[in-house]
Design a protein around this ligand. Structure first.
Ligand SMILES: Cc1cc2nc3c(=O)[nH]c(=O)nc-3n(C[C@H](O)[C@H](O)[C@H](O)COP(=O)(O)OP(=O)(O)OC[C@H]3O[C@@H](n4cnc5c(N)ncnc54)[C@H](O)[C@@H]3O)c2cc1C
Length: 400
């Protein structure tokens, strides 16, 4: 056997999973199609990731958090959710919960760089950069991953973390349900004239949604979601008009806003794999569940799933039993499905509810915001889900 585990994809989920096995004594091969330089110096991609307390705890335990400068991990103290043109907001406040912030925001490229640096410090991980997987064969005794340069790597388990459009998931015949929202998410950074006070805004305007997330100093991360046919207009709008338009849509709350980064566009497609495992094969990260970003759960779920799988694998290793056994993978699937299905369905439900501009739905939205604000049990469940302070999300009702 060349290694114990082969991980396909050195994105935030694959890197996190490899790090979770740091002291396991297991030999890990980590494959990515990007070059070593691209992995070491990931470019800014416009994504600023809201991390829950649970993710922060995992990144701290992996030694990754200490690699991120405090200025690169500003916190969210309050979140305000608004609907349409109304200034009424559903408000979640850190002071009302059991933690001193609702979460932290770290840029995706900063997370990737810190994870990669930490992985390079491990002696049990062997990196195969600039490499694509051309085939996978698994049987009762081993898994063989064939690389595009003709080499093949044998191990006892393959873990796929190769994005929501995972090629390896397809190679292993695992189906996935996909929801194409027909919308695009456009992200960028702005400088604002007035301080944001570490308040995050989620504004469900009619037709478009706008999130303004607090970054360090007087800067904010902007997340616009709009129907796909508005993509070119928003992406190509000249900077002055873009700034004016944004400021007006945000009702001038932070004064003048000035674009300080490139704009990036992501088509919105949610993906949930029907199964998270096959023979000697498991899915983690977006390859298992690719979320709509509105509830900011994608990487948080990816990291908690990676932790679940790593815990199962290490328990098997310490009992000297097969780390690729089907029973182990089934347990991982059961635990991760229990967490992801309600969040995935709930998020898609929220998207449908807040992007449906028929009059009765608009009225229902207003009622829901007011009700949630005034019903502490509902608000408490949502806040718990946002922060996940103890590391385990309480079960959500299947529909919000
Ligand atoms: C606009 C936006 C905002 C978001 N905001 C949040 C947020 O606030 N909070 C949150 O938790 N999440 C958020 N997310 C989700 C988060 O970015 C993803 O969940 C996370 O990046 C997924 O990591 P991953 O490692 O699973 O996949 P990816 O980041 O897609 O990485 C996959 C890796 O696999 C490699 N790869 C792909 N195919 C192959 C192959 N065939 N062979 C070898 N290597 C391969 C790629 O090169 C890449 O390195 C957001 C996403 C978007 C688009």
């Amino acid at each position: 056997m060349d290694n114990d585990i082969t991980v396909v994809g050195a994105g935030p989920a694959g890197l996190g999973f490899a790090l979770l096995l740091a002291n396991s004594g297991l030999r890990v091969a980590l494959i990515d199609k990007q070059s070593r330089d691209q992995l070491a110096q990931p470019a800014f991609d416009g994504r600023d990731i809201a991390l829950t307390h649970q993710s922060q705890r995992i990144l701290q335990s992996l030694g990754v958090w200490a690699r991120i400068e405090p200025a690169d991990r500003p916190c969210i103290k309050t979140t305000r959710v608004q609907d349409g043109t109304s200034s009424y907001s559903l408000e979640f406040d850190a002071a009302g919960g059991d933690a001193d912030s609702l979460g932290t925001i770290v840029s995706n490229h900063v997370i990737r760089q810190a994870l990669f640096e930490q992985v390079l410090s491990l002696s049990n991980v062997e990196l195969h950069a600039d490499t694509l997987v051309s085939d996978i064969q698994t049987n009762d005794s081993r898994a063989t991953v064939v690389l595009d340069d003709g080499r093949s790597l044998q191990s006892r388990l393959v873990v796929a973390a190769d994005s929501r459009f995972s090629e390896t998931r397809r190679m292993m015949g695992i189906a996935a349900s996909m929801q194409d929202f027909g919308r695009v998410c456009i992200v960028c950074r702005v400088e604002n004239e007035q301080p944001h006070g570490n308040i995050a805004f989620e504004c469900f305007h009619y037709g478009r949604t706008l999130a303004v997330l607090p970054l360090s100093g007087d800067t904010s991360s902007i997340v616009i979601t709009a129907p796909m046919d508005q993509r070119a207009e928003i992406m190509e709008m000249d900077e002055e008009r873009f700034n004016r338009d944004l400021q007006q849509r945000f009702s001038n709350r932070l004064g003048q806003m000035r674009l300080i980064s490139q704009r990036f566009a992501y088509p919105l497609v949610g993906v949930h794999a029907r199964k998270f495992y096959a023979t000697r094969f498991a899915l983690v990260g977006d390859a298992a569940v690719g979320m709509h970003p509105v509830t900011a759960h994608g990487y948080n779920l990816g990291l908690s799933g990676a932790e679940l799988l790593a815990t199962e694998v290490m328990a098997a290793k310490s009992r000297a039993v097969d780390i690729g056994a089907t029973a182990l993978l089934r347990r991982y699937q059961a635990k991760h499905m229990r967490k992801t299905i309600p969040i995935y369905r709930g998020t898609n439900g929220i998207v449908r509810f807040f992007t449906d501009d028929r009059l009765p739905v608009k009225l229902a939205r207003k009622a829901v915001l007011r009700l949630s604000n005034n019903l502490p049990p509902i608000k408490g469940v949502i806040q718990h889900l946002l922060t996940q302070p103890g590391g385990r999300a309480r079960r959500l009702p299947h529909r919000f």
